[in-house]
Design a protein around this ligand. Sequence first.
Ligand SMILES: Cc1cc2nc3c(=O)[nH]c(=O)nc-3n(C[C@H](O)[C@H](O)[C@H](O)COP(=O)(O)O)c2cc1C
Length: 134
Amino acid sequence: MVKLTPEMKETFSRIKLFPVATASKKGIPNVAPIAFVVMVDDETLWLADNFMHKTLANVKENPHAAVYIYDADLKKCFQIKGSVEVKTAGPDYEKMKKMVHDKKPGLPAKSLLVMKITEVFECNPGPHAGKKLL
Ligand SMILES: Cc1cc2nc3c(=O)[nH]c(=O)nc-3n(C[C@H](O)[C@H](O)[C@H](O)COP(=O)(O)O)c2cc1C
């Protein structure tokens, strides 16, 4: 596990929509826009599954996932990779469900995807593009 730096956390805090990439066991890629992504600590993201289909199916058979965060004003871009566990019960799931319903009652909050961050890469263009940061 790795810990996001203050610079990465500041960039994360500005993002309204996250492109969440997953892949099936056979390696078929998928990317979906997900708004409800919360940084619960320096090394963990929670993703609320309200309407996921391929994303959910993929992480159930292949836990690897990635998101990128890009802020045009800060000119920062990071690829965040991690491993996902799906929860549909328990205290973390209930906490996520409350967070979702506090924002928008009626959303299904079907499951919680807990993403433990394993790697972070630079994704701005230039001499450091693609460099492993964490
Ligand atoms: C702006 C926006 C925000 C979204 N936020 C979420 C979200 O937080 N959680 C979710 O489950 N689906 C969210 N969706 C819906 C999924 O992206 C959509 O249902 C998608 O079809 C799921 O794709 P999948 O089959 O690849 O999982 C959002 C869609 C848009 C356009």
